[in-house]
Design a protein around this ligand. Structure first.
Ligand code: ADP
Ligand code: MG
Length: 219
């Protein structure tokens, strides 16, 4: 369902050309749980950004659901992103002034979904991640692990087919990390394709398949 063909992503830094991704080809089946591991600077985030249509490769093709999305316009890519992809980042990126429920609702609010349907889905998702009793708390009133759970709820409320998580446990203690990984694993069991970047071998090895990266290459 996801296929990268000969992806190159280079960055010009001063006089130097840095290879973010160097001829990466990769096939990921629908419903797989993949972890991406490798040292800092090996291209993990660049890979996730390309998969998430947040970054454009210099060359190569990207097929998503059999469609070459690398050739789409910015606008069409944004639409594909909204419809099919969910994101979770290390730093949560919640809106500080909004409550947990309002943060989770945000993608549906922006999509103009009617209030009743929206509130129903928010309630459901908060329940499924065990945060119903924190619905009206703001991010600064939540622990790191709870914040990341809110961010996961926000990422999946639009029912994406692929969930991309870049070091989602990087700011968390060990128990919260296990918590977050278990939630991601449950979502995968329910059918979402999960692509998880982590440098923690204990977490990475729980995946069905590990992709190792080094110097912008996969092996
Ligand atoms: P990782 O997530 O594995 O730590 P990245 O994908 O962030 O690695 O980076 C891969 C390589 O590409 C690194 O050498 C990094 O410095 C470089 N890089 C990433 N993004 C940029 C950018 N926007 N501008 C210049 N170089 C970048
Ligand atoms: Mg990174």
């Amino acid at each position: 369902m996801i296929e990268l063909q000969n992806i190159q992503r280079t960055f010009q830094v001063g006089d130097e050309i840095v290879h973010g991704l160097d001829d990466v080809s990769l096939t990921i089946q629908s419903g797989e749980y993949i972890s991406v591991m490798g040292p800092s600077g090996s291209g993990k985030s660049t890979l996730l950004n390309v998969l998430g249509l947040l970054d454009k490769p210099n060359s190569g093709n990207y097929l998503l659901d059999g469609k070459d999305v690398s050739k789409l316009s910015e606008l069409q890519q944004a639409q594909t992103r909204r419809e099919k992809l969910g994101f979770v980042f290390q730093a949560f990126h919640l809106v500080p002034r909004l409550t947990a429920a309002e943060n989770v609702a945000l993608p549906l609010t922006l999509a103009g979904l009617d209030h009743e349907e929206r509130d129903h889905r928010v309630k459901e998702v908060l329940e499924s991640i065990g945060l119903s009793d924190r619905a009206h708390h703001r991010p600064d009133q939540l622990s790191g692990g709870q914040r990341q759970r809110v961010a996961i709820a926000r990422a999946v409320i639009t029912k994406p087919v692929v969930l991309l998580a870049d070091e989602p446990t990087g700011n968390l203690d060990h128990p919260s990390s296990i918590d977050v990984i278990n939630i991601l694993k449950d979502l995968n069991k329910q059918g979402i394709t999960l692509i998880l970047v982590t440098h923690d071998p204990e977490l990475g090895e729980k995946a069905d398949r590990v992709i190792h990266m080094i110097d912008g290459k996969t092996k």
